[in-house]
Write a protein that binds this ligand. Structure first.
Ligand SMILES: Cc1ncc(C[n+]2csc(CCOP(=O)(O)OP(=O)(O)O)c2C)c(N)n1
Length: 284
């Protein structure tokens, strides 16, 4: 990717991170940790790979994003707002009664959301079915599926992965956000994952690993798997839950924290730091 494009992706990530922090601080609680770890991926997808049109969210030839770890909705909403699907003011209705931005994505409510998710595991089957339909239609469209590492505790994921691998369904690009934590702690203390990339390979996927905080590395990984013919593909991203905030990264219990005075102060520091970076880099 050219320098200019990389910088645009980094600015996009910074703006989205800023909005996620602001909206959750304003809301006083929310799914922070797992939202922060997919911000760079969403930036690379929406700026470089996903075929989409914010002016025409139901464009028939679009690619699909399935956020199977649906609780990371705030990252998707901030991304969609940054892309122009709706006004940024709407971000500050998150989780309110009657909002178009419920805590988990609902395709009947939000422009740009194609998959209703939140019950972990289900998005993987949805993506498999969607990908199979696109295959039958020879449409050339793609499905970008984002699953969490804790989510892999759901047997349904592995049923869907068997289907995707068996049909060499590379219409679906599987991303696993390996942030090593889940709702109630470290994944290895709950159900040990062993080596996720090796597991995906054993299931039949062409699998690459990348640093999920590095837009360039993510883009490279996607380019690599897009070049694979005749095999299912997967990108395992090494990330940190709470990525991009020293305070939230260090707090192990950052899944859906409530804000208090300490969190407010730390988040204000994050906001100031990100705004300063954006100003320096022409993003504000
Ligand atoms: C079927 C189901 N069981 C339990 C939950 C509650 N839950 C929400 S998020 C979560 C942890 C998910 O961990 P992971 O996929 O690693 O997400 P991340 O750490 O990236 O936020 C759980 C258990 C759920 N949403 N769906």
């Amino acid at each position: 990717m050219e320098k200019k494009e990389l910088q645009a992706c980094k600015i996009h990530s910074a703006k989205v991170r800023l909005d996620v922090l602001k909206m959750l601080k304003w809301r006083r609680y929310g799914h922070l940790g797992g939202a922060m770890s997919i911000i760079e991926l969403l930036s690379v997808l929406y700026n470089r790979h996903l075929r989409h049109d914010a002016k025409n969210p139901n464009w028939e030839d679009r690619d699909y994003l399935v956020l199977s770890k649906g609780h990371a909705g705030p990252a998707l909403y901030a991304t969609l707002a940054e892309q122009g699907y709706f006004d940024k003011d709407m971000l500050f209705t998150l989780n309110e009664g009657g909002t178009k931005l419920p805590s988990h994505p609902d395709k009947t409510k939000t422009p740009g959301v194609d998959a209703t998710t939140g019950s972990l595991g289900q998005g993987t089957s949805l993506a498999a079915g969607l990908g199979y339909t696109l295959r039958l239609e020879h449409s050339g469209q793609k499905v970008y599926l984002i699953a969490g590492d804790g989510e892999l505790n759901e047997g349904q994921c592995w049923e869907a992965f068997q289907f995707i691998a068996s049909h060499k369904l590379n219409e679906v690009i599987v991303f696993i956000d390996e942030n090593k934590r889940q709702l109630d702690g470290w994944t290895e203390n709950i159900i040990r994952q062993f080596d996720i990339a090796e597991k995906m390979r054993a299931f039949g996927f062409y699998t690459v690993r990348c640093d999920g905080s590095d837009e360039e590395a993510i883009d490279k990984a996607i380019e690599e798997v897009k070049g694979v013919k005749d095999q299912a593909v997967c990108v395992v991203m090494n990330t940190i839950k709470g990525q991009g905030s020293p305070y939230w990264e260090a707090l192990v219990d950052n899944h859906a924290p409530k804000f208090n005075a300490e969190a407010d102060a730390a988040t204000d520091e994050d906001i100031a730091r990100i705004e300063a970076w954006l100003k320096e880099n022409g993003g504000l």
